[in-house]
Design a binder for this molecule. Structure first.
Ligand code: DON
Length: 573
């Protein structure tokens, strides 16, 4: 056979053997390796986690290293001045670490209200009055203390190095600084570091943050007290006070992370562990998943109107229940009540298969309709890790808004959060994410504000996934949709992450749809069932890892928002 003919025959064979790219092909090919995997918002942070896995660290070591690298390279969300939640699965043990911020000792029910009882515009969003007591310094350390294998110094080192030697400013960081420029320039401390010459450093600029490198050096040596006591705690108190804040060094010193039992449920044959109070996340994911199983959701045609209708109805009910939630000490209900089989049976049975309910009719809580808007941009960042033994960590950490309250503390090298807005600062009024919340989530000194973060681990027959996301109220709905696509529709992990999503949060009574989530015909059918559909582009970003029964790890990062970095460790030989 001539060479040309042989080539033609080979090409023909290749064409026959290569299946046509499926319509729903993933945005990037799956990344798999046997030495563990990391998925996060930023390549430099994912690389920090991978470096730790290569050095013999486990999933907890890698998670802490990744989270600390995000403090440096993604300061709009990665933090030591905020808080977060982690769900871990080590062998057969599942655990939930709550390092959510608390309300400062001086916070009161009416801290964000004027004399007439009206909300003071911006008070819970901009400036240090909006800041809760940071939980990350003690939280990340607690995660390492319980599950880490390498030394504390070793896991802090990649972040310290990034801060000391510098990193290239990402497009996303630059865009975030541009977006928030007017708020950031209100604080001289912030402007000096982040707006040199009055504008954000251009993408690609090498940025060193020596003050953060010094904090991390001290943190590596002394643990949380490098931040929560002594000169840095004092500087945080003084900087906050200068701008009308109430956060004190005593608040920082008194903060304690809490190990709790995660929310547990079973759906579609998978075991799931997710975040319990003070997050609503695990309850929302569990409530909707179990309702959908009862509503035989898996039997409805994929991409069809019935699927969209049923998932909107399940979320409508789950988010109505959210109204009862708050800090574990004041919550009017919890997973025990809201994930009880009898309650979810009742919730699912109240869904009309042909017609949308009205949110204000969803029993048992009646409301005067309020002009709530689901929206708001904020900043949170999720990372997932898995090690060569199949241990998994799902960790979400947040400053709430982009750059938190916008106040940078130069002596510490990080921003303070604006998590106080996650409280019902004025019950019945929507927060940054349009969420209407109840008295259970009122401001009270020492309380943790209700969250929607949903770090989650699911497993079945030797397979497991860890995932979660950013996106405020859209975190639980995004997390669930990735799980459903992966569990039920045969999507690979990356395709499941990529899939266009829907969102409903009870109030406002709207079904939000990402472009391409509904075809024009399906949208018309969904509207005919009585849903008000609104197309919106801003959606949650989910980063996930997977452990396969073959002993391989896989990572998938969300391409939305111009980012996401998935990496794996492969053996050298
Ligand atoms: O804890 C919460 O629910 C919010 N602070 C999360 C905010 C968020 O995800 C913003 N990210 N884009």
């Amino acid at each position: 056979m001539s060479t040309a003919r042989r080539l033609a025959a080979l090409l023909l064979l290749a064409a026959v053997l290569t299946p046509a790219a499926p319509l729903d092909a993933a945005s990037r090919p799956p990344v798999t390796g046997t030495g563990g995997a990391v998925a996060s918002d930023e390549k430099l942070a994912t690389d920090a986690g991978l470096e730790i896995l290569r050095a013999g660290g486990n999933a907890a070591d890698a998670a802490v290293a990744t989270a600390l690298a995000l403090v440096v390279v993604e300061p709009e969300a990665g933090n030591l001045g905020g808080g977060g939640l982690a769900v871990v699965k080590f062998g057969d043990e599942v655990a939930y670490l709550d390092f959510r911020e608390t309300a400062p000792a001086a916070a009161r029910r009416d801290t964000y209200l004027d004399k007439g009882g009206e909300p003071v515009p911006g008070a819970s969003l901009v400036g240090p009055l909006a800041a809760g007591v940071p939980g990350s310094p003690a939280g990340l350390h607690a995660l390492h203390q319980r599950y880490g294998k390498l030394s504390w110094r070793a896991v802090v080192e990649p972040a310290r190095r990034l801060a000391a030697d510098g990193f290239r400013v990402s497009r996303r960081l630059h865009a975030g600084l541009e977006e928030e420029i007017d708020v950031l320039r209100r604080f001289e401390e912030t402007a000096k570091r982040w707006l040199p010459g009055g504008k954000p450093p251009a993408p690609g600029t090498l940025l060193k943050i020596p003050e953060l490198a010094a904090t991390l050096e001290d943190y590596a040596r002394r643990g949380p007290r490098a931040i929560t006591a002594g000169k840095r705690a004092k500087a945080i108190e003084e900087t906050a006070k200068r701008h009308g804040g109430i956060l004190t060094a005593a608040d920082l010193g008194a903060y304690e992370p809490v190990w709790r039992t995660p929310v547990r449920f079973e759906a579609f044959g998978w075991q799931v562990a997710s975040a319990d109070l003070p997050s609503s996340g695990g309850i929302l994911v569990g409530s909707a998943a179990v309702q959908l199983e009862r509503l035989a959701w898996r039997d409805t045609p994929r991409f069809g109107a019935q699927r969209a209708h049923l998932i909107a109805e399940a979320w409508r009910r789950a988010f109505a229940d959210r109204y009862l939630l708050g800090d574990p000490t004041t919550s009017a209900a919890g997973a025990r009540e809201l994930l009880a089989a009898s309650w979810l049976e009742k919730r699912a049975a109240s869904v009309d298969p042909a017609k949308a309910s009205r949110s204000n009719d969803v029993e048992p809580w009646q409301f005067t309709p309020i002009a709530a808007a689901a929206g708001g941009s904020g900043d949170t960042t999720h990372l997932s890790t898995v090690d060569a033994e199949g241990n998994l960590v799902a960790l979400t950490t947040t400053l709430n808004g982009l750059f938190g309250c916008a106040l940078y503390v130069p002596e510490a090298g990080f921003f303070l959060n604006n998590e106080m807005d996650d409280f019902a600062t004025a019950p019945g009024r929507p927060n940054l994410y349009g969420l209407i919340q109840g008295e259970a989530n009122e401001v009270r000194a020492g309380k943790r504000m209700l969250s929607s973060m949903s770090p989650t681990v699911a497993w079945r027959d030797g397979e497991a996934v860890a995932l979660g996301g950013r996106g405020g109220s859209k975190i639980p709905t995004a997390t669930l949709q990735v799980l459903l696509a992966f569990w039920l529709d045969g999507d690979g992990l990356q395709a499941a992450v990529d899939r266009p999503r829907l969102h409903h949060q009870w109030l406002p009574d709207k079904l939000f749809a990402e472009p391409d989530a509904l075809s024009p015909e399906t949208r018309a059918e969904v509207e005919a069932r009585g849903h008000a559909v609104e197309m919106a582009a801003s959606y949650a970003q989910v980063h996930a890892v997977r452990w396969k029964s073959s002993g391989e790890a896989e990572a998938a990062a969300d391409p939305r928002g111009g980012g996401g970095a998935a990496g794996v460790v492969r053996p050298l030989f």
